[in-house]
Design a protein around this ligand. Sequence first.
Ligand SMILES: Cc1ncc(COP(=O)(O)O)c(C=O)c1O
Length: 431
Amino acid sequence: MDFFQYRDGQLFCEDVAVDDIMAKVGSPVYIYSKATFERHYDALVEAFAELDPIICYSIKSCGNLNIVKLLADRGSGMDAVSGGEVYRAQLAGADMSKVVYAGVGKTDPEIEASIEAGIGWFNIESEAEFENIAAIAEHMGKTANGALRVNPDVYDAKTHAKTTTGKKETKFGVDIERAKRFFQSYGHNKHCRLTAIHLHIGSPIYSPDPYVQAITKALELIDGLRAEGYTVDTIDIGGGYAADYESGKSPAYTAYAEAIVPLLRGKDLQLIIEPGRTISGNAGVLACKVSYIKTGGSKTFAIVDTGMHHLIRPSFYEGFHFAWPTKVSAEHVPDKRAKEMDLPGLKTYDVVGPICETSDTLAHGRALPPLKRGVGLCFFTAGAYGMVMASNYNTMQRPPEILVDGANATVIRRRETYDDLVEQEREVTAV
Ligand SMILES: Cc1ncc(COP(=O)(O)O)c(C=O)c1O
């Protein structure tokens, strides 16, 4: 699962106490475990080994350059969704031929830079976009590769409405029924070789079944396209594999692989997968301090020095993050991470941040060991869509990021200063 464990009542990331990191760099702070990133990446490679997939880590989930580099050095390709992410992949030394680039609104400069960088595939989101990419490639005297993003119209009942993408009514991809016509129009284009199918059905997906449904539909499409003489040599099945937000709720990588691999065996297709949170989610935590305890009506609030500006998932997606103090008595060492904890002497809190929004609530009605001002509190499984979605709302600094490797902790992004926050506003120029 991950390398955040309690030892004698104290939370450790690998061999470093979370409280020791906070004592050195202050609070709040994102802390990542290198061994967890590596374990998750390696376990995925192993689970899907029979198909020798290209694993394209989803940079958007946790994009610190040092983390992208860590995974690139391990052989990972990258899933990018902007020119900025393609740039990060380049800076990290990723193999650009293993970079896929999705997103409905790619701009001309982003497309040009990506062709120049030699990325593997553009995930094509519309007819208009295909024509634009092909025209830019022709103008540059280069050839791009395209994977048509199809919308297989499946979804997982547990996926939040804001993160489902595999349904027809989303802005992503083209309806699967339109895919044949797409190939009839563009399948023999010389400037953008359309030889792949891309799917991404949303996230997190807590069961292999929606993947099975989507891949089955895609394979029917590929058979039909091949019968009409089009080359389709690659299938990209996207990301969305769950992280362990709660103990024991997510399928193991082997469960996804056992369902998916037989479908693709012997199909003569290069498999691409785009995991984000399943690699990075459990590899990071957000540690903070309790600033104040106060009551309001029947509620007790624990006000902490972090909030929706640092971890927006609870406010934005109703995302659950297990929260627990960084130091506890023996009876409060958690035996699992769950919404309901069956331990003696717990008190119920709403854990809220300092932002001037009622939605700045990180945990509602959560039973926790008794809290008081100054104690450390940790939000688990915060590695994915944590720091990358953090903002400076209310002119708050974003936290530093620390990468732990065994007994060593390294600052991989320093804490912002107030000067950082106003830097780009100091110089005013005429337009
Ligand atoms: C196209 C695409 N691929 C991969 C991912 C990664 O999803 P996850 O982090 O849930 O694996 C996303 C997430 O939005 C996506 O849009």
